[in-house]
Design a protein around this ligand. Structure first.
Ligand SMILES: NC(=O)c1ccc[n+]([C@@H]2O[C@H](COP(=O)([O-])OP(=O)(O)OC[C@H]3O[C@@H](n4cnc5c(N)ncnc54)[C@H](O)[C@@H]3O)[C@@H](O)[C@H]2O)c1
Length: 240
C-alpha cells in the first residue's frame, strides 16, 4: 500500500486489513504510516509501516524487499501516493510541474515495475493505481496534475496488456474530488470547493471510506476477468 499514511490510501489500507489482508503501509511520511499500521494492529489486523520515497528507484527496491521479508509474497499493490498544486497553465511553475510528474507518474511507474517483477515471478498479482477523473476530462487549473493522471491511465493500460499473459492484472480508480489532506488547501477557498461540487451529479465530494469498495473489487479475485480498466468513483462526473 504505497501512500498509505493518509486519505484514500489510509482508507484502502484499513479496508484491505478488514478483508484479512496483511498490509505493508508504505509512505514518505513514516510517522503517518506508523500510525495507520498501529490502528490496524489495534483493531486486530496485521500491518507494518515502511518508509518509501516512490520517486527513487532504490527506495522503492528497499520497500519491496521489506514487504517480501514481511509477507513472503505480494498479492496486491495499491499506488496512492500523490501530490497536487493548482495554478493557471500560462505561468505554471516549472518546479511544481516536475514534482507532480515525479510523484504521481514516475513514482507510480517505479512501484508498478518493482512489484510487477515480483508478481510476474509469482505468476499472479493485482495492481490498483489511483488515477483521477482529471486524467480523462479537463478541469481548469490543474495542468500538471491532469498530465500526470492521464499518464497514469496509459501506464495502467499498457502494463495491463503487457502483463496479462504473465498473470498480473493492472487497473486504476478514477475518483472525483474527495475530502482528504490533498484537497484541504483547495477546499479552503469556498469558490474552489463549490466549483468541484458543481461538477459532481451526486452534489457532494466523496469521503475516503467511499473509495474502499471499488479498491477491494479491483484488488481481489472478484475482478478476476478485469484488467486495463479505469473504474470511476466519481458521483457521476464522467457520465455527463
Ligand atoms: N482526494 C482527491 O480528491 C483525489 C481525487 C482523485 C485522485 N486522487 C488520488 O488519490 C491518491 C491519494 O490522494 P489523497 O487524496 O489520499 O492524498 P493525501 O495527501 O491524503 O495522501 C497522499 C499520500 O501520498 C504520500 N506521498 C507523497 N509523496 C510521496 C512519495 N514521494 N513517496 C511516497 N509517498 C508519498 C503522502 O505522504 C500522503 O500520505 C493520489 O494519487 C491522488 O492524486 C485523489
Amino acid at each position: 500500500m504505497v501512500g498509505g499514511a493518509s486519505g484514500l490510501g489510509e482508507a484502502i489500507a484499513q479496508g484491505l486489513a478488514q478483508a484479512n489482508a496483511r498490509v505493508v503501509v508504505a509512505d514518505l511520511n513514516l510517522d503517518g504510516a506508523g500510525h495507520v499500521a498501529q490502528m490496524i494492529n489495534e483493531a486486530g489486523g496485521r500491518a507494518r509501516a515502511v518508509q518509501v520515497d516512490a520517486t527513487k528507484k532504490q527506495s522503492v527496491g528497499e520497500m519491496v524487499q521489506a514487504a517480501l521479508a514481511e509477507l513472503g509474497q505480494i498479492d496486491v499493490l495499491v499506488n496512492s501516493a500523490g501530490v497536487t498544486k493548482r495554478g493557471a497553465a500560462v505561468d505554471y511553475d516549472e518546479e511544481d510541474w516536475d514534482r507532480i510528474l515525479a510523484v504521481n507518474l514516475k513514482g507510480l511507474f517505479l512501484c508498478c515495475q518493482a512489484v510487477g517483477k515480483v508478481m510476474i515471478g509469482q505468476k499472479s498479482g493485482s495492481i490498483v493505481n489511483l488515477a483521477s477523473v482529471g486524467g480523462q476530462v479537463a478541469l481548469p487549473g490543474s495542468v500538471a496534475y491532469a498530465a500526470s493522471k492521464g499518464g497514469v491511465v496509459q501506464v495502467t493500460r499498457t502494463l495491463a496488456v503487457e502483463w496479462a499473459p504473465l498473470g498480473v492484472r493492472v487497473n486504476a480508480l478514477a475518483p472525483c474530488s474527495f475530502a482528504t489532506e490533498l484537497t484541504k488547501p483547495i477546499y479552503a477557498d469556498p469558490a474552489n470547493y463549490e466549483f468541484f461540487v458543481r461538477q459532481i451529479p451526486l452534489g457532494r465530494v466523496g469521503t475516503p471510506p467511499e473509495i474502499v469498495g471499488a479498491a477491494l473489487f479491483l484488488a481481489s479475485d472478484a475482478s478476476s476477468m478485469v484488467t486495463g480498466h479505469i473504474l470511476a468513483v466519481d458521483g457521476g462526473l464522467l457520465a455527463q
